[in-house]
Design a protein. Structure first.
Length: 177
């Protein structure tokens, strides 16, 4: 269904589309239920990047259990798909802070990633300009980055690996002026 987000895409109500919609509707309406934020608690983001997408879950720990507030995922552009693994993981964090900005702007935030090099990258000063811009953006927030094994980061891992069945079905069109 992600191909429906592209410009000038016709809606084709196929059996596959109806099944995808019903599966999505079912998953979004069953537990775990989204909760309202508690502005006195720190926020937690679990994020991940795959070869072609970014996935994240924003939530808080209430009574020791992580409770989701918001889910997000995004397919990468062709240029982003060619980033290194470290760049993709940092892109995921930056995307999350831009997406969840209203929640995170004055709050403490703990980010869980499965790429340990990111903690060291944030302290490094001599890197690519793109990475430096992203690091400067993140410095506006009260953020702590922690490692989390991929096997423990299931929700974000799953969201970053949602299969785009229509990935290769886009037809290339010439730009006319």
């Amino acid at each position: 269904m992600t191909h429906l987000l592209e410009k000038e895409t016709l809606f084709n109500s196929s059996k596959e589309c109806i099944e995808s919609f019903n599966t999505l509707k079912k998953k979004l309406t069953e537990a775990p239920i989204l909760v309202a934020p508690d502005w006195n608690l720190p926020f937690e983001i679990m994020c991940d990047a795959s070869d072609y997408a970014i996935g994240a879950v924003l939530g808080q720990r209430k009574t020791r259990h992580f409770q989701p507030i918001h889910y997000a995922s995004k397919t990468m552009t062709d240029a982003q798909a060619h980033y290194t693994t470290t760049e993709k993981e940092l892109l995921a964090i930056v995307y999350d802070f831009e997406k969840f900005w209203p929640y995170l702007v004055l709050s403490k935030t703990i980010v869980y990633v499965d790429h340990s090099a990111l903690k060291y990258l944030l302290a490094k000063q001599d890197d690519k300009p793109r990475l430096l811009r992203w690091i400067l953006l993140l410095q506006e927030f009260d953020v702590i980055i922690r490692d989390k094994k991929g096997a423990e980061n299931l929700a974000a891992d799953y969201l970053s690996r949602l299969e785009n069945l229509h990935q290769d079905e886009l037809e290339k069109k010439e730009i006319t002026e």
